[in-house]
Design a protein around this ligand. Structure first.
Ligand code: IMP
Ligand code: MG
Length: 338
């Protein structure tokens, strides 16, 4: 798998961060590049007993030789970016494209009041107003920001050269298919498209260069903010099932519902997915916690995976069995995906 795109098939928060951290370690990814909207995303990575909530850098930072890039389509909050660079001690491997747009305090204020805050219930991180200003061609870019100058690099060129040299490249999407401005539950969605095609465009990789699109689903569905969630459970019922989650960026409660096969099938179509990851199977079947081979999964868990595969007509190549990067069942070889 030379060039892989990782995206979410539901409403975000399906565990892309965890899957990316695993893939980067296992495959020794040479270059990982962050696509997607901006710091409205929160990717949780657990590695070596530490928990990280990544909002700007690729979750592949755990693989210490991996080059870490941010594509021009992504909105940058310099403060959060610099903090993550320090936290991960990754200064020497960072590359930011000069044409990323900068989120300023006026964007954050605009995102925290009126229509966006009250009706859409956005994350309040300024991404919508910043993208709006970008569309008006008035936004400030990373190339105008001296504090980021030392990190600036031609990200599309770096990635395409890496692909040309046969290196492993991972494109990390953010949010989820049904938060896409085009394909999601408009107006309850984010401020741009977030499907696999958009992720490629964000980083400057053409569609002919992509080998695999891994779509990530959680064993159940969650959504934060406003908008439809079919078969939504009460918070009490979600608590009973251990599905009651708190959002990484905003600290809000995540609304929960069972795995949705119909949404999954459409997401696979919209993203041209070639394989699926199903995370948090240990939440449905606690006996599967930290299991690393398919054979060791309980019969109930195997039946669930088989049902998913039958319904979505795609191999489930990765099965998350816990938050740590290494708590995963990897069946890629079996399906000829390595
Ligand atoms: P915005 O992206 O901050 O404008 O928020 C628009 C909608 O997308 C809101 O419902 C947010 O809760 C949701 N959203 C944005 N980013 C994420 C994410 O990374 N995970 C889950 N929901 C998100
Ligand atoms: Mg998240």
């Amino acid at each position: 798998m030379l060039c892989t795109v990782l995206i979410c098939g539901f409403f975000g928060d399906t565990g892309k961060g965890k899957v990316s951290s695993y893939l980067s370690l296992k495959d020794r990814t040479a270059v990982a590049v962050r696509a997607g909207v901006g710091p409205n995303a929160g990717h949780t990575v657990v590695y070596n007993g530490k928990k990280y909530k990544m909002r700007m850098l690729p979750s592949a930072f755990v693989s210490d030789k991996c080059r870490l890039l941010v594509g021009p389509g992504v909105l940058i909050n310099p403060e959060i970016l610099l903090q993550e660079i320090r936290l991960t001690n990754s200064e020497r491997r960072i590359g930011i494209d000069p044409q990323c747009a900068i989120i300023e305090s006026k964007h954050i204020s605009a995102d925290k009041s009126g229509h966006l805050a009250e009706k859409i219930k956005t994350t309040g991180t300024g991404t919508g107003p910043c993208n709006a200003e970008r569309a008006l061609r008035m936004v400030k870019l990373t190339r105008d920001t001296p504090e980021l100058e030392r990190f600036l690099t031609d990200v599309p060129l770096e990635i395409n050269e890496a692909i040309g040299e046969g290196k492993k490249v991972l494109i990390e999407g953010t949010q989820g298919t049904y938060l896409s401005l085009y394909h999601g539950t408009y107006p309850y969605c984010t401020s741009k498209d977030v499907t696999a095609s958009a992720a490629c465009s964000d980083v400057g990789v053409g569609p002919t260069k992509v080998n695999e699109v891994i779509i990530v689903f959680k064993s159940y569905t969650t959504r934060v903010g406003a908008g439809p969630l079919p078969n939504e459970l009460s918070w009490e019922e979600a608590e009973k099932r251990n599905w009651a989650e708190i959002a990484a960026v905003t600290g809000r409660r995540r609304r929960a519902a069972p795995f949705n096969y119909e949404l999954a099938r459409r997401a696979i179509m919209l993203n041209g997915a070639t394989q699926a990851a199903v995370t948090k199977i240990d939440v449905l079947f606690p006996e599967c916690k930290a299991v690393k081979s398919y054979e060791e999964l309980s019969q109930k868990a195997k039946s669930f995976v088989e049902k998913v595969e039958k319904e979505i007509k795609l191999p489930v190549t990765l099965i998350g069995t816990g938050p740590d990067a290494w708590e995963i069942v990897d069946r890629r070889e079996k399906f000829g995906k390595v």
